[in-house]
Design a protein around this ligand. Structure first.
Ligand SMILES: NC(=O)c1ccc[n+]([C@@H]2O[C@H](COP(=O)([O-])OP(=O)(O)OC[C@H]3O[C@@H](n4cnc5c(N)ncnc54)[C@H](O)[C@@H]3O)[C@@H](O)[C@H]2O)c1
Length: 263
């Protein structure tokens, strides 16, 4: 895949899956415009990628800022929406919590796709990939906010895919399982060795995923190899969603790092 001269817009590019996607795109020759709140994180991605990466510090929920940054570009071939507010609230949720999490996780995607739409259409092969989660499909304790926004992203993806199909823009969504990114590392207190055997068992593959494994699926969905795929959800979850309540059964073996190395 040679994507020289193509331009990708990646939100959440300062960290985790967004940064991994920016690196994959750049490795294929693409120029990447990374949008994120975190200027220091963007600078780190910039340093890792070099001149092919343009950092833009903004809040994706700020429609005017997104229009100014994205609308002013000369070309856009792909948009990837990774930016997220991880707020997890349940019965204690406030009006402000709802306003914030919906504005960032759902409306933020709408802002970026709206702004990029004319240039995606002009490319003749535009692709959008949104990032939802296994949490779109499962109840988890005290997560009215995060999980609801992830469910909304799956539905938003289908509506976008229908409306943008006339412009030959494909819109898909990936739903990751537990991926070792800073948010998960924070929950683990940085102790992957302790927590991977516990959380890994939520997945058939008995381990956590890597940001680059999600980036690989995103890159596929943006490529010509996915030319007849739109409105689809691709779980990148090591079998999390396919597993029944019996879990892994009696087999308590833990493949962990070995399985990763075998890839
Ligand atoms: N890590 C996981 O286990 C996991 C699992 C399922 C789904 N996901 C999804 O994958 C996507 C990426 O997650 P990640 O784990 O790489 O997270 P991350 O925390 O590493 O990256 C998220 C980025 O979004 C940015 N961001 C937050 N609010 C923003 C805003 N208002 N405007 C612009 N940028 C903003 C943050 O600064 C951060 O750089 C998210 O949609 C997340 O819900 C992650």
């Amino acid at each position: 895949m040679d994507w020289t001269d193509r331009v990708g817009v990646v939100t959440g590019a300062a960290s985790g899956i967004g940064a991994a996607t920016a690196r994959r795109f750049a490795a294929r020759g693409m120029r990447v415009v990374g949008l994120d709140l975190d200027a220091a994180g963007l600078a780190a991605t910039h340093e890792a990628i070099g001149a092919a990466f343009t950092p833009v510090a903004l809040d994706v929920s700020d429609g005017a800022a997104v229009r100014a940054a994205v609308g002013g570009l000369a070309r856009i071939d792909a948009v990837v929406n990774c930016a997220v507010n991880f707020l997890a609230k349940g019965i204690d949720v406030t009006q402000d919590d709802w306003d914030r999490v919906l504005r960032v996780n759902v409306q933020g995607i709408s802002n970026v796709v709206q702004a990029a739409h004319p240039l995606l259409a002009a490319s003749g092969h535009g692709a959008v990939v949104n990032v939802a989660s296994v949490s779109a499909h499962a109840a988890q304790p005290s997560r009215w906010t995060y999980n609801t926004t992830k469910g909304a992203i799956v539905t938003l993806t289908k509506c976008m895919a229908l409306d943008l199909s006339a412009d030959r823009i494909r819109v898909n969504v990936v739903s990751p399982g537990w991926i070792w990114t800073p948010e998960v590392a924070k929950a683990a207190g940085g102790d992957r060795e302790k927590w991977e055997p516990v959380w890994g068992r939520f997945h058939m593959l008995r381990r956590l995923g890597e940001a680059d494994e999600v980036a690989a699926a995103i890159t596929f969905l943006c490529s010509a190899d996915a030319s007849f795929i739109t409105g689809a959800e691709l779980p990148v979850d090591g079998g999390y969603l396919a597993m029944g309540p019996e879990g892994l059964g009696d087999d308590s073996s833990f493949a962990g790092t070995d399985a990763r190395e075998e890839r």
